[in-house]
Design a protein around this ligand. Structure first.
Ligand SMILES: Nc1nc2c(ncn2[C@@H]2O[C@H](COP(=O)(O)OP(=O)(O)OP(=O)(O)O)[C@@H](O)[C@H]2O)c(=O)[nH]1
Ligand SMILES: [Mg+2]
Length: 457
């Protein structure tokens, strides 16, 4: 069975062609591995150029560095072999290392898990390591780095400290009832709880933005054939990604483009035009795929060709609505603004259901309305540029919201004078905050978190 006592090894750099690959070894046998492969016992933090050999066979040559515990990433002895990149050479070195008795392949995220267990970083920082690696935009990377450097934990710890101080006062009051009046009279208690609530609300707001940066958003272009969806995808992506023709039913497959809107990584998905009578089986499959994409969208841009009499627009909309019932997530794009707006389309747009939806008129030919569209998207996706934003995950939001719920409960109860119950509620809030930074965390949760990490990190 794998335990934390094992010495672990993994290639820390991505597979494929590259100049250098790093093979990392962590644990009590790391130095023995260095000795076996290079014939020397490296001094901590010194660089040696050596051949990496197993049983007299040269596997590679490169640099070996030793980081002695506890001054290493994991807090354990670490040896790094920096050899040649590529698909083969690093694996030969790793296999050589794994053939040494007592060394096993690291599990995903195991180096970082050990760093957490050895108190080198708290849980938000450990998660930020992975979020930094998979950041989809510069803003996401900056926010991840901010969490890694402790800005998220600082917020949570400040909240926890204030709650602890409040608990100390409550407990004192419970132990020494003569302080009971003082507890209420000064108005300090109300102020303290108001401050705690405000800080929790602020932290949730920033964390929500952090989740957006982390996860990005998904926008799906949908509508009747020939409405101009693929043209809009190309315009937003700034590249000819999708085929555009005047033949209805051109797009069959799902196509995506990555764009950045106010720093948030956004995936724009182009889909086959939805109609009742597809021209062939391939188009029918494409339409089904379009419908599947609707279910995953944060926002659907429903495109209507503004230049000609609407055909089946209501039917197509009804279909879209069937799979995206939240109309806050549907926006109407009226395309081909360089041409005159057809009066029937105009009538359609001023009547239900379209008059209740946000509408933007665009032309990809003259680029009219594209800047407006981006502004409206920022709004619709709830993207707010926030100072000091840190990266966050849904589990953090869930825990913060629970903590907030208990803070509000404590506030209600304190007014009734039931301080025992109030202390219990505030304690619950504290426990939820502890889940975020990892002071209160089960093995199950840790397993879930670290299993999504890269191997070698
Ligand atoms: N004048 C004008 N023509 C446009 C505009 N956008 C798209 N078109 C034309 O409309 C036709 C259809 O455009 P597409 O972008 O392929 O439409 P689509 O919605 O992807 O169509 P399907 O893939 O068939 O569902 C093409 O001939 C485009 O050149 C626009 O803003 N102005
Ligand atoms: Mg298309």
């Amino acid at each position: 069975m794998a335990t934390i006592e094992d010495t672990i090894a993994a290639i820390a750099t991505p597979p494929g062609r590259g100049g250098i690959a790093i093979i990392r070894v962590s644990g009590s046998k790391a130095l023995e591995v260095a000795k076996t492969l290079t014939g020397i016992t490296p001094k901590p933090r010194q660089v040696y150029f050596k051949q990496f050999k197993m049983n007299n066979e040269v596997l590679d040559e490169g640099v070996v560095i030793y980081f002695a515990a506890p001054n290493s990433y994991t807090g354990e002895d670490i040896v790094e072999f920096q050899g040649h990149g590529g698909n083969v050479s690093p694996k030969r070195v790793l296999n050589g290392i794994l053939s040494i008795d007592g060394i096993r392949q690291a599990e995903p995220g195991e180096f970082t898990r050990r760093a957490f267990l050895n108190n080198k970083m708290d849980l938000t920082a450990a998660e930020a390591v992975e979020d930094l690696i998979s950041a989809g935009s510069e803003s996401a990377a900056k926010a991840a780095l901010s969490s890694l450097e402790g800005s998220f934990s600082k917020n949570v710890n400040e909240l926890t400290d204030r709650i602890t101080n409040f608990r100390v006062r409550i407990e004192a009051c419970l132990d020494f009832p003569e302080e009971h009046e003082d507890f209420y009279e000064s108005g300090k208690t109300d102020r303290e709880l108001d401050d705690i609530e405000a800080l929790a609300a602020k932290t949730i707001k920033i964390a929500n933005q952090g989740v957006k940066l982390n996860e990005g958003a998904k926008i799906v272009l949908a509508g009747s054939p020939n409405a101009g969806k693929s043209s809009l995808l190309n315009a937003l992506a700034g590249a000819d990604k999708a085929i555009v023709t005047n033949i209805p039913g051109t797009t069959r497959d799902v196509l995506t483009a990555q764009v950045e809107i106010e720093g948030v990584p956004v995936t724009i998905t182009d889909t086959a035009g939805i109609r009742d009578k597809p021209s062939d089986e391939i188009e029918a499959i494409g339409i089904q795929k379009a419908i599947d994409e609707l279910k995953k969208a944060d926002l659907v841009l429903f495109m209507i060709d503004g230049s000609k009499s609407p055909v089946d627009v209501m039917e197509t909309y009804t279909k879209v609505k069937e799979f995206e019932s939240n109309t806050n997530r549907i926006m109407v794009i009226v395309s081909k603004a360089d041409k005159e707006l057809c009066s029937e389309v105009s009538n359609l747009l001023s009547s239900e259901p379209f008059c209740s939806l946000k509408q933007v008129r665009t032309s990809t030919k003259t680029e009219t309305g594209l800047d407006d569209l981006k502004k409206v998207l920022v709004d619709a996706l709830g993207i707010m540029p926030i100072e000091g934003v840190f990266i966050a995950r849904r589990r953090h939001i869930a825990a913060l919201e629970k903590a907030y719920e208990y803070i509000v409960k404590a506030k209600d109860i304190v007014a009734t004078g039931d301080l025992v119950l109030c202390a219990q509620e505030i304690r619950q809030a504290q426990d939820y905050l502890g889940e975020i930074t990892g002071t209160v965390t089960s093995d199950d949760i840790l397993g879930k978190i670290f299993s999504t990490f890269c191997i070698g990190k």
